[in-house]
Structure formats: C-alpha cells, structure tokens
Design a protein around this ligand. Structure first.
Ligand SMILES: Nc1nc2c(ncn2[C@@H]2O[C@H](COP(=O)(O)OP(=O)(O)OP(=O)(O)O)[C@@H](O)[C@H]2O)c(=O)[nH]1
Length: 269
C-alpha cells in the first residue's frame, strides 16, 4: 500500500470525523494482538512443561531401574556373603555355626512331620599322630580330604556335613532312621579306611570312628539330646578300639521298638 499525501489527508479526516470508531478499532486490534500473543506464550509454556515432565519421568524411570539393579546386586552379594559365613575355611564344608542353626530347624521339622532325624558325630582316629608324624600341613590336607570324601557320599540334598571342630565332623541327616544312619556311617568309615589321602608328603592312611543317633523328635527333646547321644556312641566307638561305627543306645531302643511294632503288625496281619 502506497501512503500518499491524499491518502493521509483522507485518513486524518476520517479519524477526525469518527474518533470513537477509531478508538474502538484500535482497542479491538490491540486486544486481539495481546490475546494472540498470550495464547502463543501459553502454548509454548504448555509444550515446555510437557517436555520437562516427560524428561523427568524418563530420568525417574532410568534411576529406578538403576536402583533396582544395584539392589539386586547387593542382595546377590549378601547371599554369597551369608553363604560364605556358613562355610568352614579349611575344609570347605559347613561350619559349626551352621550346624547349630540347622539342627534346631531339623529338630522342629522332625517333630512337626513325625519323621526321624539322624545325627552322626565323626572323629579322625589318632589325628594328633598324623600332625606329629607328617606335619600340620599334611594334617590339614587330611581334614580337607575327609570332609570331601564324606560330602561325596551324601546323596540327598537335605543331608549336611559340618566341621564340628578340630578333626571332628557332625552330620545332619533328616528323614533317616537308625538303620539308614548306621548304613551310611559304615559306608563313610569303610571309604575313608580303604583309600588313603594325598598330601604333600605322600599318601596318608587314616580311619575314623563314628557315633550315630536317630529318633523322631519328641515334644521334650532338644538338640543337645541328639548331640549327646551321638557323642556317647562316638565315645563307645573310640573306647571299643576305633575305626568303627556305633549307634547310641537310645537309638537302638527306638529301632528295637520299631522292629517289635513291625513284628506285631506282621503277626496281626
Ligand atoms: N592340622 C590340623 N590339626 C588340627 C586342627 N584342629 C585340631 N587339630 C589337632 O588335632 C589333634 C586332635 O587330637 P586329639 O583330640 O588327641 O585326638 P586324636 O589324636 O585324633 O585321638 P582320638 O580322637 O582319641 O583318636 C590335636 O593335636 C589338634 O591340634 C586343624 O585344623 N588342622
């Protein structure tokens, strides 16, 4: 549009003639412009807020995922650490602390399910002589070898061999009666006596003595009843000449009772 003098004069005349119209038009145009500006700003802000919220949500999700991964790793490491805490450093089998906990749990299970629980206390014979004659390193190798040999002979995943202390081991055998524990302990004794253990000074022949006890846990029975009974049987095995397995008299009584019941059943049938 070309602004000429004529046009300007005409425009001024119009403005002078219709000042109210002009004012109203100007006001309307200004308001419309302002409204459009406000709308554009508002839309921009909305977009920006939406973008920010999306970015925030993404970052929260990423962080939550990273946190979950870190927590899982921590839980795994904790599990490994807890597992390591239950192991004996020298022999690699479970340690005494594990035995103390496990026997309590198995005692409760035996009482609840009315199934027999068997314990074996097992000790390497004349171990002091092995240390004295061949040195402590050879002695350590024998302890490791015996532990491994026992472990290899345990077939059920619920059976545990624990190093009870020094050259003594304790076995926890859930759901095992007197007959079963005697058979397993005898198998272990035989395997150890048969095959010497490799050490740095050569093969060392050893044998063990074992005391066994098996019973369904009665309402009054505690874990020490099982341990003492198996210990007494071990003492009997030692004093009877070593390299043998003995069953606690308490277990014999129970086994006899079971046998008598069995005989009576047969008679009745
Ligand atoms: N090398 C080694 N020796 C150990 C370890 N723990 C205990 N001993 C030794 O084992 C020996 C156990 O000796 P004793 O309790 O007299 O038993 P023993 O000589 O086996 O005799 P009996 O059990 O009666 O047949 C001691 O000399 C202890 O020092 C160990 O971790 N490594």
């Amino acid at each position: 549009m070309v602004i000429t003098t004529d046009w300007l004069e005409h425009w001024l005349a119009t403005v002078t003639l219709y000042p109210v119209h002009f004012l109203l038009c100007s006001l309307f145009s200004f308001s419309l412009g302002a409204a459009i500006c406000a709308f554009v700003v508002y839309r921009r802000q909305l977009h920006w807020q939406r973008d920010t919220a999306e970015r925030l949500e993404d970052s929260i999700q990423t962080r939550t995922f990273e946190l979950q991964v870190a927590l899982n790793e921590l839980a795994d490491k904790n599990r490994i650490l807890e597992e390591q805490n239950t192991l004996d450093a020298l022999s690699g089998v479970r340690n005494r602390a594990y035995f103390d906990k496990k026997i309590l749990a198995e005692l409760k299970r035996s009482r609840r399910e009315q199934r027999p629980l068997a314990i074996v206390m097992l000790d390497i014979d004349h171990f002091k002589q092995i240390n004295d004659n061949h040195g402590h390193l050879a002695g350590d190798a024998v302890i490791r070898g015996v532990a491994q040999r026992i472990q290899d002979l345990l077939k059920r995943s619920s059976d545990y061999v624990c190093r009870y202390g020094g050259e003594e081991f304790a076995l926890i055998l859930p759901n095992t009666d007197a007959e079963g524990v005697l058979a397993l302990a005898e198998q272990i004794r035989h395997s150890i006596a048969e095959q010497p253990f490799e050490t740095e000074i050569g093969a060392v022949a050893v044998h063990i003595s074992a005391g066994c006890f098996a019973s369904i846990a009665g309402p009054e029975m505690v874990s020490t009843d099982f341990i003492h009974a198996a210990d007494q049987a071990l003492y009997l095995a030692k004093t009877s000449g070593r390299n043998q397995v003995k069953l606690s008299m308490a277990a014999v009584v129970e086994a006899t009772a079971v046998a008598v019941e069995g005989t009576q059943d047969e008679l009745v049938n």
